[in-house]
Design a protein. Structure first.
Length: 93
């Protein structure tokens, strides 16, 4: 994280399932504690995700919205690029 951009990258690796909730929320909390205004999720090393992953990501987006932070993603699959904005829109309402 840099002071100028106040952003933090969270690398997602391995599996993103309900069992990853604690680790993901801890990484987000660390980013928030460090003053991140932009949280970037890196999907590059993610090998597997299931429907619980969408729930986790929408919950994370809701936390970011509540904290007036931005959530962005890089290296996500075509499926996520297509569907995540739709799920994210529901989290903002």
């Amino acid at each position: 994280m840099t002071a100028a951009t106040a952003s933090m990258l969270i690398d997602l690796a391995g599996e993103l399932t309900s069992s990853a909730e604690t680790a993901l929320l801890n990484a987000y909390q660390q980013a928030s504690s460090n003053g991140a205004r932009l949280v970037i999720l890196n999907f590059r090393q993610l090998e597997y995700k299931n429907s619980s992953a969408i729930t986790l990501l929408v919950a994370l987006l809701a936390r970011c919205n509540s904290a007036v932070q931005h959530l962005s993603a890089v290296e996500q699959s075509a499926e996520y690029r297509k569907n995540f904005p739709r799920y994210a829109a529901g989290a903002r309402n």
